[in-house]
Design a protein around this ligand. Structure first.
Ligand code: C6P
Length: 425
């Protein structure tokens, strides 16, 4: 089994670099942190939904940036300023290709998913949502796709509506039809739920929403690391994600928006770089995407994000998705063998996440006991308290995978859970 190493930027290359399966050992060698030991055992990292680990290529790109390219962007004519601008804009083009946006004007750098959603709520939302209007969300949203809309609705006298979910953690599409009315001014949907792993039928949601005249924002934070995303094919109006969950650095993220919408939106923040001219009487704003990028940006983050995109393109998103589905099935099967385990999120279409509850053991205790065994998972509400409430729990234990995880690591997780059960017996 070999890993394709040449960089293939073609659309086909983005989707399936090669038919050969992943060489996991080779993949793992690219991630230095994966060779750490914890409590004398190889570290098992299954907290990828919180943040992913970084390949050497990303670490090197950030180091190279500070060693040989560092300067402010778009501001100077000197050598280093040209280099940093090249890196910054080069990464934007890589992201454009990665999600198949029409133009780099549609790719706005932000600090992450949270800031991207706040930008849309504060700019698009303030301009287009008023008294009596409705924002339609799903019951499985992350807090960052709830709270900004709640703040907006309170300010404007608009209403939040929520699409319910069934016991498997799937959207009730009949209820969606009923909730979607001419009052709906925006539909906000998580592409892949961080708490349940559900992959939502976003194409269908977008079709129905558009037929009702409502734009759709997709929260892609947990989708982009696991599957090929094509914003033109989806026809979503906004798509948001974070660099750190897709093997890039923290502090950088993306807002994709259709050019027509972004163009009509007022700026989110004011400051340097987002203007063409300023006088005390009038400011003329910069063109897209700079209109939304006030102040000195995270250039090193962009350098790392560009390297992460290159790396993912090389591995191939379709190969990643295929391998991860195999891993998800294996992981779910081995955990099924445990006594008194309840899975939270059993949708037919899932990606990346196995959330569960061990009867009589608090998830925080599970997390701590697993840490003693060198296994890292997350225990908590996962910033999805309404989802927890829907399933009658305050928290879950969550194993979340990436393409560098292995079946053996899921065996280690199951063994560690068995031990935890013994401790509490
Ligand atoms: N979820 C998790 O452990 P930021 O923090 O802006 O990079 O991403 C926020 C966010 C938004 N939407 C979804 C679906 C997410 O999963 C997250 C981050 C982490 O599940 C931290 S709570």
């Amino acid at each position: 089994m070999t890993l394709m190493t040449e960089h293939d930027n073609s659309r086909d290359g983005r989707r399936s670099a090669t038919e050969a399966p992943l060489d996991i050992e080779r993949v793992r060698q690219a991630f230095p942190i994966l060779s750490l030991q914890r409590k004398g055992k190889p570290l098992v990292y299954l907290d990828n939904a919180a943040t992913s680990q970084k390949p050497q290529q990303v670490i090197d790109a950030v180091t190279r940036y500070y060693e040989t390219q560092n300067s402010n962007v778009h501001r100077g004519l000197h050598y280093l300023s040209e280099r940093s601008t090249e890196v910054f804009e080069g990464a934007r083009e890589k992201v454009r290709q990665f999600i198949n946006a029409r133009s780099v004007s549609e790719i706005v750098y932000t600090r992450g998913t949270t800031e991207s959603i706040n930008l849309v709520a504060n700019s698009y939302g303030r301009e287009n949502i008023g008294e009596g209007d409705e924002v339609l969300l799903t019951h499985m949203e992350h807090h960052s796709n709830i709270v900004p809309w709640q703040i907006l609705c309170e300010e404007k006298g608009a209403k939040l509506r929520v699409i319910p979910i069934n016991d498997a953690g799937e959207l009730d599409m009949t209820a969606f039809n009923e909730l979607l009315t001419d009052r709906t001014k925006l539909v906000g949907v998580v592409h892949v739920s961080n708490a349940l792993g559900t992959v939502n039928p976003v194409r269908e949601i977008i079709n129905r929403a558009h037929a009702a005249g409502a734009p759709v924002l997709l929260d892609g934070a947990q989708a982009v690391p696991h599957m090929a995303v094509d914003v033109q094919e989806l026809d979503c109006d906004f798509y948001v994600f974070s660099g750190h969950k897709m093997f890039g650095p923290t502090g950088i993220g993306i807002l994709y928006g259709k050019e027509r919408l972004l163009d009509a939106m007022p700026p989110y923040q004011g400051g340097g770089d987002m203007i063409l001219s300023v006088s005390f009487e009038k400011t003329v704003y910069n063109k897209l995407p700079y209109k939304f990028e006030a102040g000195t940006p995270n250039v090193a983050g962009a350098a790392g994000l560009g390297a992460a995109v290159d790396y993912l393109q090389t591995v191939g998103m379709d190969r990643i998705a295929a391998y991860e589905q195999e891993l998800l099935t294996y992981g779910t099967d081995v955990l099924h063998g445990l006594e008194d385990i309840r899975f939270i999120g059993t949708a037919k279409d899932k990606a990346g996440v196995i959330s569960f509850h061990l009867e009589d053991i608090h998830p925080h205790d599970v997390g701590q006991l697993l840490d003693e065994e060198g296994v890292a998972i997350r225990a908590g509400h996962h910033c999805a308290q309404p989802t927890m409430k829907r399933f009658g729990v305050a928290a879950t234990s969550r194993a979340s995978l990436a393409f560098y995880n292995t079946k053996e690591e899921f065996d280690r997780l199951a063994d560690a859970l068995r031990k935890a059960r013994e401790v509490f017996a």
